[in-house]
Design a protein around this ligand. Structure first.
Ligand code: TMP
Length: 211
């Protein structure tokens, strides 16, 4: 059986990147070969695209933004994700096509038909076997992002700086995607402790990985 392609999604500050690292360690302990990656920025080209996309000083036109995320994904799928799956490794990816539906579709307001076309082109039809949506109230996610910025001196990126209504639209879009595709997409309550969320993630992925 082909190894699974698992994606991690949610609004900014939902804790998905921490959970991805924890799951990767757990799977490696259980003897699975795992590749961890992210969008944007999973390839050398993508890392440069990421810098452009998240730079708060850059004025990025919404259509240019949509196409840059797509360019990052086109390179990522062909250079890294598909080859990794073909060589038998589990791929854990921090954000993927659902992020474009949520952020550029619901957030920026591009029509679903255009988003679907751009996503299909970039992904070449490669869909995740499982998507985990880490769900958190927007107010809580904003507090976490602010705390993180204070702790690490992290600079707010372009999307962090969007108005609160934008983040609400993104969250609702993720919940709609989950409701529309319950077999692929699972919602995880991200307001629980890191350990509790991790235990929930392990319960959800176990059947897929035959652990
Ligand atoms: P990250 O901080 O989770 O790595 O994500 C970077 C930002 O990029 C995040 O604010 C969401 C945004 N994004 C989109 O707007 N569209 C996309 O297709 C992807 C992959 C990310």
């Amino acid at each position: 059986m082909a190894p699974p392609f698992i994606t991690f999604e949610g609004i900014d500050g939902c804790g998905k990147s921490t959970q991805l690292r924890l799951l990767a360690s757990e799977l490696r302990l259980r003897g699975r070969e795992v590749v961890t990656t992210r969008e944007p920025g999973g390839t050398p080209l993508g890392a440069r695209v990421r810098e452009l996309l998240l730079d708060a000083r850059e004025q990025v036109d919404p259509l240019a933004e949509l196409l840059l995320y797509a360019a990052d994904r086109a390179q990522h799928v062909r250079q890294l994700v598909r080859p990794a799956l073909d060589s038998g490794r589990v791929v854990l990816c921090d954000r993927y096509a659902d992020a474009t539906v949520a952020y550029q579709g619901a957030g920026r307001g591009f029509p679903a038909s255009l988003i679907d076309e751009v996503v299909a082109l970039a992904t070449d039809g490669l869909r995740p076997d499982l998507t985990l949506v880490f769900d958190l109230p927007v107010e809580e996610s904003r507090q976490r992002a602010a705390q993180r910025a204070r702790r690490g001196g992290e600079i707010q990126d372009r999307i962090d700086a969007e108005e609160i209504a934008f983040h609400h639209r993104v969250r609702e879009a993720y919940l709609r995607i989950a409701a529309a595709e319950p077999h692929r997409v699972r919602v995880i309550d991200a307001s629980a402790s890191v350990e509790e969320v991790h235990a929930h993630v392990v319960r959800v992925v176990t059947p897929l990985l035959k652990l």
